[in-house]
Design a protein. Structure first.
Length: 147
């Protein structure tokens, strides 16, 4: 595989775009990243663990059963839209505390578009800066040129 193809693949992976979509099943697969939307009562009940006025809890599922979910929390969002990063603390969310749940999915269209834009931008920079002669100098005598 050529260096250019590897570069394009790496750019697409680095520019991965994700969206949240409703979960396909009632019990998400272990390791799936989900965003649980809390009810106002659920937010009040979990305030001691996650803080007051939390609307969404985002994290990776480590346990799921009929009574609730246990997440390794990555981020929370308040009713005001304020987001706070977390460091992987575990939180148990009862099903009765959730108004809904979405899972994170890779957006192929968005990822392809961003990867293409990044590749085109890098190519444009490469061409503007002189292409292959950039490191060799313009006369082929190395980076220093004539001395």
């Amino acid at each position: 595989m050529s260096k250019q193809a590897l570069l394009v693949i790496a750019l697409m992976l680095l520019s991965g775009c994700y969206t949240y979509r409703p979960t396909a099943t009632v019990e998400p697969t272990l390791g799936t990243r989900v965003s649980a939307q809390l009810t106002s009562q659920g937010s009040a009940a979990l305030a001691g663990q996650v803080g007051p006025d939390v609307l969404h809890i985002e994290g990776d599922v480590i346990k799921a059963d009929s009574s609730g979910l246990e997440l390794v929390v990555r981020e929370i969002e308040s009713f005001r839209g304020i987001r706070s990063d977390w460091q992987g603390e575990r939180v148990r969310i009862p099903r009765a505390a959730m108004a809904g749940m979405q899972e994170r999915k890779l957006s192929l269209g968005g990822t392809t578009l961003m990867g293409g834009v990044m590749a085109a931008g890098l190519y444009a920079i490469y061409r503007v800066l002189g292409g292959p002669g950039l490191l060799e100098g313009t006369d082929g005598q190395g980076a220093g040129g004539n001395r």
